[in-house]
Design a protein around this ligand. Sequence first.
Ligand SMILES: NC(=O)c1ccc[n+]([C@@H]2O[C@H](COP(=O)([O-])OP(=O)(O)OC[C@H]3O[C@@H](n4cnc5c(N)ncnc54)[C@H](OP(=O)(O)O)[C@@H]3O)[C@@H](O)[C@H]2O)c1
Length: 234
Amino acid sequence: MEIRDKVVFITGASAGIGLATVREFAAAGAKLALVARSADVLNHLAKELQNQGIEAVAISADVSDPRQVQRAIEETVLHFGRLDVIINNVGQAVVGKVADLNLNDFRKIFELNVLGAVAAMQSAIPVMRRQGGGLIINISSVVSKMHIAGLGAYAATKAALNMISDTARDELASDHIRVITVYPRSTATDFGKNALGAHEQQQGSSSPKDTPEMVAKRILIAALDEPDEQYMDQ
Ligand SMILES: NC(=O)c1ccc[n+]([C@@H]2O[C@H](COP(=O)([O-])OP(=O)(O)OC[C@H]3O[C@@H](n4cnc5c(N)ncnc54)[C@H](OP(=O)(O)O)[C@@H]3O)[C@@H](O)[C@H]2O)c1
């Protein structure tokens, strides 16, 4: 999809991969709906973009609450009058082996990583259908294709998201709504620090391969080329 002047809704826009993706899409001429919980950070970012002549709106929302996600989509459509792309980028990990995994933490990240993305898709799809098409980009992880001790619950949420994406891609093809899954690998953000659970288990993990800017470039390439799946080494 050509990105110039398109309305792009992105979750987790205040930091890490999401923030880098905001800047990448802004440089490509997108109009941006910035979603995360930190209202101050988002307002500051929206002002910064507006000062550069880029249309942007800050929408504070907790993506683990489907009603807040629906409101965020509605605010986007109200503000810009349309919606072309949603990027379900927000995500959190829980660290813990299956034997002693905290089930409340598992439930929490499932609600955020899976149900949050589905809620955004469910709110965006009717709008995209009315407009004759659109693009849904779900940010998964290469971990969803592996089994790494201590990361089973996180990998399971991303594997569930992959399956939702694959199914929705078929279901929405006749509506001209494309669904793309992006698979980042280890990336230098605060993601590890923000993980729920036993952080000491992560100490030995290998150093990140990618910067958030490298991932953001791949997400933009995916939006332009519309493959089913986008990996970092493609
Ligand atoms: N970093 C990696 O190594 C890596 C590797 C593979 C895949 N990924 C995936 O890439 C995506 C982005 O990760 P990242 O590394 O950029 O993470 P991050 O640095 O931890 O950033 C997370 C972003 O999500 C927002 N957020 C967190 N909880 C939220 C909630 N309940 N509601 C709304 N916003 C929320 C945060 O902002 P607020 O705190 O302001 O809400 C922040 O903007 C995730 O889906 C992750 O699973 C990351």
